[in-house]
Design a protein around this ligand. Structure first.
Ligand code: HEM
Length: 121
């Protein structure tokens, strides 16, 4: 597949992930009748977002001929991907206050984007 299509999927996946996270965070303080819908939407968007990021990430690596061992910046991105996955569980179980969840989400996305753009190591 064309590298630009992978990049496109990568960016869309980030947006879906953020929408998914926001839905789950908002479900905490939403009215009773909205909670189930927000949780369902959150789970779907996050699932598609996380899957899309991984598939497009590895797709870009293949197209750009990037090897795992030579691309140190990919490793923390994979860790961030895992942390975002753990974040879903944390939100569903109510472990994180909303403000903390938003702060962590923003930070993780910012770091992952930095790594993808600047490739510092
Ligand atoms: C966890 C959330 C992630 C975010 C927010 C994120 C964000 C980004 C951004 C903003 C770019 C720059 C796109 C561009 O150059 O046009 C990028 C590039 C890239 N990302 Fe990610 N990414 C994430 C996860 C991943 C994962 C899990 C992988 C690996 C499996 C990955 C592999 C790559 C690759 C290979 C590139 C292309 C670098 C290049 O153009 O040379 N990313 N990412």
């Amino acid at each position: 597949m064309n590298i630009l299509i992978y990049t496109w999927i990568h960016i869309i996946s980030i947006v879906l992930l953020v929408i998914g996270f926001s839905s789950l965070i908002n479900a905490k303080s939403a009215k009773e009748e909205c909670v189930a819908g927000l949780r369902k939407m959150g789970a779907i968007f996050q699932g598609i977002g996380l899957l899309g990021l991984l598939v497009s990430g590895f797709g870009m690596m293949a197209r750009l001929n990037l090897k795992m061992a030579e691309s140190g910046w990919v490793h923390p991105k994979l860790l961030i991907w895992l942390l975002l996955g753990v974040g879903i569980v944390a939100l569903k179980r109510g472990w994180l206050p909303s403000k903390v969840a938003y702060a962590i989400l923003t930070l993780l996305i910012a770091i992952a984007a930095y790594l993808g753009i600047f490739k510092p190591f």
